[in-house]
Design a protein around this ligand. Sequence first.
Ligand SMILES: Nc1ncnc2c1ncn2[C@@H]1O[C@H](COP(=O)(O)OP(=O)(O)OP(=O)(O)O)[C@@H](O)[C@H]1O
Length: 480
Amino acid sequence: MNHFTNHYRQLPSHFYQVISPEPLIDARLVHYNRSLAAEIGIDLNDQQIRQLTSGEAMPEDFTPLAQKYTGHQFGYYNPDLGDGRGLLLGQTLHNDRSWDLHLKGAGMTPFSRRGDGRAVLRSAVREYLIGEALHYLNVPTTRCLSLCHSPEPVYREKIENRASYIRTAKTHVRFGHFEWLAEINDRASFIQLADYVIELVYPHLADEPESTRYAELLREVCINTAQMIAKWQAVGFCHGVMNSDNMSIAGETFDFGPYAFLDDFKIHYICNHSDSEGRYAYSQQPNIGLWNCQVLGQAFAMLLDSKQIEQALDAYVIHYNQAYLQAMGNKFGLADINENDRDFIADSLILMDQSDIDFHHFFKKLALLESEREQQWNDFIGDSKAWRDWQQTYLARTEKQQREHRQRQIQQQTVDFVLRNHIAQEIIENCESGDYQLLAQTMQWLQTPNNPPSELQNNYRHFLEQPNAAMKGIALSCSS
Ligand SMILES: Nc1ncnc2c1ncn2[C@@H]1O[C@H](COP(=O)(O)OP(=O)(O)OP(=O)(O)O)[C@@H](O)[C@H]1O
């Protein structure tokens, strides 16, 4: 039995505008994420979820509303943001937990500015897939529950099909919500929002005295953000649009732009074609995470002194560095990971960058090094002095480790099925032609990225191999 509500409505009324979604015409249900539905206690049937996702009908306990927020986009403050094409329907309550349900592509709102309030199938499918991919890679993330497709034309750079989808998150409160309340100097509302976030996401802080509660909140948000970004780096995920309105206060990966997983390892890889200066390049993600936390810290100056803010930002740096070292050390199969390994990891990545080596395949082959199949490693890495030297360093670093342990450790971190852009593109094209089968299969396959089922290995071998040059860098436009 579902328990729906919309507790965001407890907050002051200038936080949102209540709006009805604009239903999709002739909407078809593309997919219903039943494993997520089971986790969060949703027992709607196919017809009900189609009606909800298309905006045709919804349980009466929901109150769709567009949230007001602001944020820094590409480094510049934009005061005019808010949900321009999505509505927070409300929450489902299950096992003493609350999950936001947000309908994206729901039509125009007072925050639409020059936009049409719509989402297109292409970007909807991409967001749908990546939430699952990251979730099963153990990266905190928002995920999608259901997706609808309509033949209604929507103009982007060409005519596309309209779509709408339900996104779930611990909360849809973004860094930008707090930036907005600081900008309008609304201290009382700021405290209300901070307490709302604590109750929902950081309930262990609820009993802290006021003098430390909000400092702790900022510190924990910084730590969660740092740990999330360390995981992005380790799985080779590039977000693409790390604007502060796209940063979740819960530390979940949120609002994916033209994201990508790395193919050939390029430290400064830029997945967003609009990002001409590489602000959001792979190498920049940790620093931009800190930059966004600084922006959030400035907003929290409403309640905190500069020392408290500095401590929170210091916590970001400390926790990022710890989490990154641990995750990358694991990836290289190192035991007793310590500070000395930091240079080894950095040097290894520089060499990979110079050698045009596929990020994911590198680790797969590394697991074979020193085994009876070592030839495969040599064939993969090629015969160069730089790599022979590297191999010596690596073998010296790992010589006291049991070979089987090291291999198992690497294999546990190695991803065989990576949601590369060419895979997403093939699925999008199938969906656009009305065939949703491959999307459904992929949603299954993403659940075991380290252990691809034989069906995937037999029928979609090109999903598991390094993409060829033609498939690399598929130009995925930023317009969504
Ligand atoms: N087609 C559109 N119509 C109206 N507003 C839009 C449209 N596309 C984006 N926006 C608005 O522009 C701003 C930035 O867009 P961005 O792409 O970061 O968000 P989004 O993907 O639309 O939504 P979310 O952040 O909830 O995932 C947001 O305020 C968003 O609502």
